[in-house]
Design a protein around this ligand. Structure first.
Ligand code: TYM
Length: 329
């Protein structure tokens, strides 16, 4: 039996190289392994947990489809679909809400972090419920593997708990999925605060966006903070250089050891300069490819309608089974 891989990405702002190295790159690579069926979707229902401009949300949703195609996700090998266009996602979320406690949801790190400003009581319920929608996203498709960055692992763990609980009450219904991480780059850190995750919601200097221009990329890497000594070596007490090495390795497909060897005796200045040039070179060529793909609206619409129709068939079937078990049919 083939294994199923399911993962999603939110269209809520610029894509960063963290999204690429932590998730999309692995998605594209996985398509070339035998025995896998791949499902990748744009999590636009998750995006509305933050206020969105409707036109911009629509545009960004299409942008991400085009970025997936640019980064090598191939619609002949993967199903690409839009979460909100498959109503089963919202429906299963409501059902699964009855298999999770307020205590479990309140422990989610992302919810706690995002509620720091507003306080728990002032936070919208959608953000609290976010992991349940995510659980539905993967359980609907009998996913085996969920390739994500480290920040999403806790949510996948909760999806496992929800699935197990449902199965215990109603008999075997859902597969128990597991999170899979990309080697070295499952947690790309901020360029100016390497103890924090690289994120588009932080300052512009702290992340590289997939559509940053070459000069900006080179400048950002030049300014990236470094650790106290001047050796290019990965180490737990050297978070800044370890992060830059991970990015270097991710963009060149060379091992960290090999890169360390090449830069033995060289200083941070040369290393950061080379890294900037490498990332700028790759992203510059991708941006050109992205523009061509993005212009071909018919192709994007075709990819989406084919993907939606394949995803919907499976999602409807699983939702039907669930509703049957609960006496909702
Ligand atoms: P999102 O849109 O925040 O991020 C998409 C993917 O990129 C990874 N990522 C990173 N990986 C490494 N280093 C970073 N700095 C970094 N920043 C982001 C994320 O871990 C993620 O894998 N809730 C999800 C979307 C989602 C989903 C799902 C994922 C909705 N339903 C079901 C998997 C399965 C999210 O907000 O990802």
């Amino acid at each position: 039996m083939s294994k199923r891989v399911v993962s999603g990405i939110k269209p809520s702002g610029e894509l960063t190289i963290g999204n690429y190295l932590g998730a999309m790159k692995g998605w594209a690579a996985n398509q070339h392994k035998d025995g896998y069926e791949n499902f990748f979707f744009i999590a636009n229902l998750h995006a509305i947990t933050v206020k969105q401009d409707p036109e911009l949300l629509r545009k960004r949703t299409m942008d991400i489809v085009a970025w997936l195609l640019t980064s090598g996700v191939d619609p002949n090998r993967s199903v690409i679909f839009i979460q909100s266009m498959i109503p089963a996602h919202s429906e299963i979320c409501w059902i699964l809400n009855n298999y999770v406690t307020m205590g479990e949801l309140g422990k989610m790190t992302q919810f706690k972090d995002k509620s720091q400003k507003t306080g728990r009581e002032g936070q919208i319920a959608g953000l609290f419920d976010y992991p349940v929608l995510m659980a539905g996203d993967v359980l609907l498709y009998d996913a085996d593997e969920i390739p994500v960055g480290v920040d999403q692992v806790q949510h996948v763990e909760l999806a496992r708990t929800i699935a197990q609980r449902f199965n215990n009450s109603h008999g075997e219904t859902f597969k128990i999925p597991k999170a899979t991480l990309t080697e070295n780059s499952s947690r790309i850190m901020s360029l100016n605060e390497p103890e924090k995750k690289m994120s588009k919601s932080e300052s512009q200097d702290s992340y590289v966006a997939m559509d940053d221009k070459p000069e900006a990329i080179i400048k950002k890497f030049k300014r990236a903070v470094t650790d106290s000594d001047n050796t290019i070596k990965k180490a737990t007490d050297k978070p800044a250089i370890s992060n830059l090495l991970a990015i270097y390795s991710g963009f060149t497909d060379r091992s960290i050891e090999e890169i360390e060897k090449e830069y033995e005796g060289a200083g941070y200045g040369k290393f950061k300069n080379d890294l900037g040039e490498i990332v700028a070179g790759v992203l510059d060529s991708w941006q050109k490819r992205f523009s061509e793909i993005r212009e071909d609206n018919d192709r994007i619409q075709n990819v989406i309608s084919e993907g939606n129709s394949k995803a919907e068939t499976l999602a409807k079937e699983k939702l039907g089974i669930v509703k049957d078990k609960l006496g909702l049919h």
